[in-house]
Design a protein around this ligand. Structure first.
Ligand code: GDP
Length: 313
């Protein structure tokens, strides 16, 4: 298969992070990244000789290294990796993701988060033109937990769980200059058919018509095998060219192999294989856990780079 012949980055997805949210983009590049690289990597890049690199100490985390072919990386616009040394490129990939950092990755910290309003129609959403990111996923996927973890507030997302607001577009203003948007969870087993159809129409309208929407963050439970409803959602977003980042939740839940359970990495790989046909280029994806806060800082950096690019264009 063609993909198998492409150069691969061999990353330990639980490698320790070597950046801080306070860093500028340039501090994010670590000349000695904790990654393993296969010997024949990057044959199409400038470096031919394998570069000896320190191997990350992730054995205690039961984490298998993940191989990411270069064409499966998410490379932000205005980002050129062609002349990049393998070690520097590896250091620019956000831990537990396929996301390459760009010069726009800055100002990621959340210092303030306020609930603003709940809207029932796209037209009723805030009209101040600030960029926004929408969180969406199956009910119980861990959306509220992730939202609380992103803003470091234990109960902020409770606001959108209050009666009457679970089916709304809930806006939270961050640092007074961008929004996190909590959309209704889908796939309630017990919801009446008509209601389900209505939610669909309402969120699709928002995705297609909200001009300040920078990217949808589609949450998928990594502790379970791929679900058809999530695949359908991803497919719809891909076919409608709505920018999407996949956020895999509950990555701390590690099922026992002997019980037939799959590791989060295996479920993630399977999900990606199933959706690859829906997208022209590989969408960004990232592993998270609201229990360990895995992926929290990485999501914020990714949002920052998307937002700063969006603001400039
Ligand atoms: P929502 O319905 O999508 O808003 O999901 P919640 O955030 O309310 O979480 C649903 C359930 O999953 C709760 O029991 C959470 O404690 C649990 N949960 C959420 N995130 C995680 C996670 O990262 N790891 C684990 N192990 N459990 C989680």
């Amino acid at each position: 298969m063609i993909l198998a012949q492409l150069p691969r980055l061999r990353l330990s997805i639980f490698a320790k992070s070597h950046f801080s949210l306070a860093s500028s983009h340039f501090n994010l590049i670590n000349p000695n990244p904790p990654v393993k690289l296969a010997r024949t990597l990057f044959s199409n890049l400038a470096t031919v000789e394998p570069i000896p690199l320190p191997v990350s100490d992730s054995s205690h985390l039961d984490a298998a290294p993940v191989e990411i072919p270069l064409d499966k990386l998410f490379i932000p616009p205005e980002t050129d990796i062609s002349g990049e040394e393998p070690s520097r490129l590896a250091a620019r990939i956000l831990k537990g993701s396929n996301i390459v950092l760009s010069k726009y990755a800055r100002d990621a910290q959340v210092v303030q988060a306020d609930y603003v309003k709940s809207s029932v129609r796209t037209e009723d959403c805030p009209a101040d033109g600030l960029p926004e990111f929408a969180l969406v996923g199956r009910s119980n996927v861990g959306k509220s937990s992730l939202l609380n973890s992103l803003v470091k507030r234990k109960r902020l997302a409770l606001t959108s769980k209050k009666p009457g607001k679970t089916q709304c577009i809930n806006h939270f203003r961050i640092n007074d200059n961008w929004y996190l948007v909590d959309l209704p969870g889908y796939g309630y087993a017990s919801a009446p058919h008509e209601l389900k159809k209505d939610w669909n129409k309402f969120t699709k309208d928002y995705f297609l018509n909200r001009s300040t929407l920078v990217s949808v963050f589609l949450l998928v439970d990594a502790s379970l095998p791929a679900k058809q409803i999530d695949l359908d959602y991803a497919s719809w977003l891909g076919q409608n060219q709505v920018p999407m980042t996949m956020v895999f939740t509950k990555c701390d839940k590690r099922k026992k192999k002997k019980n037939g359970g799959k590791r989060p990495e295996e479920n993630i790989k399977e999900f990606q294989d199933l959706i690859q046909g829906f997208f022209e280029t590989t969408p960004p994806w990232i592993m998270t856990s609201s229990v360990t806060n895995q992926g929290r800082d990485e999501i914020l950096l990714h949002m920052a780079q998307l937002r700063n690019y969006w603001l400039k264009h």
